[in-house]
Design a protein. Structure first.
Ligand code: ATP
Ligand code: MG
Length: 137
């Protein structure tokens, strides 16, 4: 797809790149400036988790189209250690690192749709979507 953008995630710099590219794509789709910040923040959290827990992976950005609705799809995937208990990982304050444990639940709140698929020893895939609100109707 022409409008798909795949960013390899290996380091802090890549987190910034993913954040910027997501923001650009979302801006083209017509999200408000507040929403651009929310989307960029969600992308940062997922990209940061890849660097912290899986070391490397990728973020892919694409456009969602459902009838006359348009939105952004953000997929973060890695072949890292996986998440043994997703329900636990999605709780505010749960962290296996020495962090706040707000990344995943925070990203879920910032986006409209959020799904994690993870298998221990295989990796993790986070799929998030946000739809453009049509104020013209
Ligand atoms: N890509 C991943 N691979 C393996 N484990 C992950 C991944 N992403 C998250 N996790 C696990 O889920 C837990 C919760 O993630 P979350 O982002 O909510 O919190 P955190 O990264 O620990 O802290 P914060 O994001 O607030 O700095 C992590 O501590 C980690 O154990
Ligand atoms: Mg995190």
């Amino acid at each position: 797809m022409a409008d798909e953008n795949c960013i390899p995630i290996n380091s802090e710099v890549d987190i910034v790149t993913a954040r910027q590219k997501g923001r650009e794509m979302a801006a083209k789709l017509g999200f408000s400036s507040t929403e651009l910040t929310l989307i960029a923040t969600a992308i940062s959290e997922i990209a940061r988790n890849i660097v912290e827990y899986a070391r490397e992976g990728e973020i892919s950005l694409s456009i969602a189209q459902l009838g006359d609705k348009r939105g952004i799809i953000v997929i973060g995937c890695d072949n890292g250690p996986g998440i043994p208990n997703i329900k636990l990982a999605m709780q505010d304050g749960y962290s296996t690192g020495k962090s706040l444990g707000l990344g995943l639940p925070g990203a879920k709140r910032l986006m409209d749709e959020f799904e994690i698929v993870s298998e221990v020893g295989k990796g993790t895939k986070v799929t998030m979507k946000k739809w453009v609100q049509n104020h013209a109707r």
